[in-house]
Design a protein around this ligand. Sequence first.
Ligand code: 6R9
Length: 678
Amino acid sequence: MWPPCRIRCALKSAAASLRSRGASASPRRSSGNAAAFMPEAAGFPAGVSGRDALRDFSVADGDGFWAAVARHRLHWIRPFRRVQDCDLSRGRISWFEGGELNVSVNCLDRHVHTCPERVALIWERDERGSEVRYTYRELLEMTCRVGNLLRRHGVKKGDCVTIYMPTCPLAVASMLACARIGAAHNVVFAGFSAEALAERIRDAESSTVITVNQGVRAGKVSELKRTVDAAVQSCPTVRQVFVAMRTDSPVAMTAMDIPMDEEMLKEDAVCEPAAMDSEDVLFLLYTSGSTGKPKGLVHTQAGYLLYAALTHRYVFSYHDGDVFGCVADIGWITGHSYAVYGPLANGGTTVLFESTPVYPDPGRYWDMVERLKINQFYGAPTAIRLLIKYGDQWVKKYDRSSLKTLGSVGEPINTEAWEWYHRVVGEKRCPVVDTWWQTETGGICIAPKPSDPDAEIVPGMAMRPFFGIKPVLMDAEGKVLTSNNVSGALCMAQPWPGMARTIHNHHQRFIETYCQPYPGYFFTGDGAYRSEEGYYQITGRLDDVINVSGHRIGTAEIEDVVNKCPEVAESAVIGYSHNIKGQGVYAFVVLKKGVEVQEADLSKQLSNMVSEKIAKYACPDFIQFVKRLPKTRSGKIMRRVLRKVVECDLDGLGDLSTLDDPAAVQEIIEDHEKLLRK
Ligand code: 6R9
């Protein structure tokens, strides 16, 4: 893995390409203690003091707020002319028009300029105790070499490079190298199968793929290069595959393959950054929706980076010199925004975690916290729930006095997990921030912080909207619920810079999914409750997306795979409550007439199919073979009924008057009980 040996060449003047800042901030006006908390608030009107006043101002005068923050936080090659030009009802979202910048310069060069030897990345490799540190100077150099390599191999501004790699510094350098030369990246989680990878490469129309020979996770080797070989068979657009070495095992190379580590050595360590428009594409990231086809959400340059940086700074109270430990994989949005872009834009030190919470033992996270002196730890409820089962001794064994803030993301955090995180991990010293957001939102939208130091934090609640975020709840008729102590569909009433701009090649789907359900608002797909005090609590998805260990998967995606099995007539997949994973996958399967099979064998076969075509995490936990599915007279599967059966809530089956054949439900209930007894 790069660099094979540390090349300590003096950095040429990449940093010198830094030009003066964009437009200057408006004249200083008094703003009480707000400016001490947030330097850009110095330009806000008098009276905007304290977090609540700042939040109110950021919503009331969004343009004034974001203009000041954008000028202060980002390095512009050319200042923007207009803060925003958005029309949510038409799905038009545009921020900082006329501005030009380079994201990699913002994440690297400007810090190399001021503190070249500061550690940018700490790579917590799968092998415990073998962490590797990269300074800003080293990361810039690595990025420049990859940038030059990609350029020499014909990657141009506007191209999209697919990155299929484990969480490692070269993956980060590859993302930043794309940003440097103006290409978009499409990181695909390395747990996805060849077919899922191929679908994403094809949809993104990538001609270049970057991968490693093998991945290593929890001591197990995965053949990532072989998966790429299989994927590119069905990707006519792919011209070249860069292969870096994560392990020492050589892999068979094809005519398309380029040995990455070797070729990088030949490249110059300085790479001219491209001047990008604010609204040029920075990356695509695929996520599941209610249909079988994953959506390639598009994020652009300035707005995304600004939002990732600002939320990282203020939700976690990140200060210069802190070590930020986000344990998410770079294949998900959390890895993008809080392992890479947010911390690097802020000149922070960020941990890249390659392993799992229980490898080699359940003390892994806390051992890492002690060894790396992590100040902010950001993880998922599913891991917390898993660790609770192993007992407090695994936590207490290690010194966690460096910790200042604990974060949670990906799914609702149950009170038990929240309390344990707060009491055992954080010794009641550290605020726990339950952060609600999505691939679509780019960064955290609702979280207990920032808030005044003595403001309350309610367990298991995301609570407060971030600066510039205006959540609303909608009732079933599409009317805004104005009172408190209500539940409804969570929408955003105003655009914000971090939001996704479109779905790659499917703007119409973007509009239909997010903008049309509640015209004039951005619909998140989640339901939420607003408490008497006005705090938000997320109740879960309102669509057919389930959340397995914090990873989204559409029930339709799994059904599509199951239905491909020649023995299967039809299927219905639902999520059910699972005590570790949050939600588990339950599949009801109807076989074709006359098919004679051993159910256990077919179950295994179906699980293998899901694993091969999507990923292991999407495999059904239960498969129940049924004679027929409960349907309405118009032929729609009544998933609501199936959900109740699986939850054993037979009193809650609800209105069955539209059911075509009530006997179908009775059979399913009986078979479900048998399955549970097995
Ligand atoms: C960041 C991320 C988004 C979906 C989202 C919601 C669920 C995320 C949550 C949460 C309750 C939280 N979700 N954070 N639910 N409380 N703090 O996870 O992005 O993979 O796109 O998933 O995850 O349902 O809509 P993504």
